[in-house]
Design a protein around this ligand. Sequence first.
Ligand code: G3P
Length: 218
Amino acid sequence: MKFFIDTANLQEIQEANDMGILDGVTTNPSLMAKEGITGLNNILNHYVKICEIVDGPVSAEVIATDFEGMVREGEVLYDLHPNIVVKIPMITEGIKAIRTFSQKNIPTNCTLIFSSGQALLAAKAGATYISPFLGRLDDVSSDGLALISEIRTIYDNYAFNTQILAASVRHPMHIVHCASIGADVMTGPLSAIKALAKHPLTDIGLQQFLADHAKGNS
Ligand code: G3P
């Protein structure tokens, strides 16, 4: 499973990249705003900075909601850097835009996926990735992992190439469960990625090894 980080924070992206396990980055307008990145030029420059840190796909989201606007914005984003993946919302106009980008071999990430029907439509349109929002479904007492499993079955039934990018990941067990049900990619916060490394028995065991070594060498 590929690991993407879901942030527009350059320090966090650098830290995850330095760990040597980072495959890509996802952003969205809320994450850009959280970093205080506003105004078209600043936003475009920020995407380039992210692309210069990570050697992998970087999702950059369109703001327009009409077909022509999404295609226009998506082309500007894609021209920024070869790593850019154009992120398009799951709306009817978005499906048309995904089809257009697919015909031009421009990679897309269809975002705001909350049902298998939406995932099926996006795959038929030729989306490179689809982003089911695991955590937001769990937040409203729905089963986000069950949705990802059903999408996995549908895509495997018909050998769709569209990759399932589990998004809205909140904690390390989300990542583990996504891996066990066959998500192609997960995108999550740095905290969830780093938490995978933690186990109290590891800390206790290491402390013991170092103490025993010190005793033997004193
Ligand atoms: O980038 C889309 C998705 O990962 C958002 O996550 O935590 O805002 O539900 P969250």
